[in-house]
Design a protein around this ligand. Sequence first.
Ligand code: IMP
Ligand code: MG
Length: 342
Amino acid sequence: MKEHKCTVLTGGFFGDEGKGKLAAYISLKDKPELVVRGGVGPNAGHTVIYNEVVYKLRQLPAGFLNERSRVLISPGMLVNPEVLLKELEVTKIGDRLGVDYQSGIILPKHVKVDKEDSHLTEKIGTSGAGTGPANQDRIRRSAPLARDIPELEPYLTDTVQEIHESFDRNEHVFLEGSQATYLSLYHGTYPYVTSKDVAAAALCSDAGVGPTDVTDVITVFKAFVTRVGEGPLEGELDLEEMNKRKWTEYGTVTGRARRAAPFNYEMAKRAIRINSTTQIGLTKIDILFPECEKVQNYEEISSEAKVFIEKLEKEVKVPVTLIGTGPDMYDIIDRREELGLF
Ligand code: IMP
Ligand code: MG
């Protein structure tokens, strides 16, 4: 019998669902021994607000906040050493960080191509972080790995060994994903996608964890859908309507204005299948239902908000366990205990 916990966190739409905020909350509440970042690389942007400090992270997991957690970068990930070292300074996590020997490396030339190649910049609308070109070189097997970079030497570790030893001690390993289901190279809206798969199974693969070791998959949806960069977005609103609904947002990495559309149940259903989701995180319900702002108790949210949540649960048959009601870490309703899931 397995006694460890392994929670995987994924995005259900096109990214920016608020995974960062939920990851930060989970790390403080659940106190996982290991927080492992998966996904592509520093093309991600998490905004975390804690003790009135705003952290904008691209490379480190938002779950770094728990001072007792070890923070690992998985071998499936790409690392830009410059970005990583800057975030180390800001977060002061020091030797809590471990970077896998085999994580891929983004070189300045990869960033240059990602910012200059018109196929990537104009057609796809990439984040310009260099991840696609770096993965291209990695697949060509000509790219350096973390073990080849002297500045990373103090942090290098065998993350697979650390994760499985943690399982052996019946600990909690939290696999924090980035990007999202419909940005997946395999399951997304190709060619308007990122440079690898980023669904739950891919996060496991990033970290060297097999499917039977996972105990929960939490997929995060925002109460409306947003997308940065190119590609289809069903029901897309014009700017005037977005402003009216207060759905306007700007990207953490690129500062680009996000496009927006109403919540999409069909996409949510399919994302839940692709991720084998066991719990849903739903963020920004305070934007749809302003009266729910900062509420921390399910009983206290409005009946309109409850109708929305219950409709989602009925459609997809997965419980909504974490509900975001504002930007702060503790603007959240955590129903896991009440539902017997914690
Ligand atoms: P790339 O991942 O930078 O190659 O960009 C490919 C597409 O994925 C672009 O449309 C990006 O805007 C989008 N993308 C990549 N990472 C994220 C993310 O973390 N949040 C939102 N969109 C992302
Ligand atoms: Mg983001």
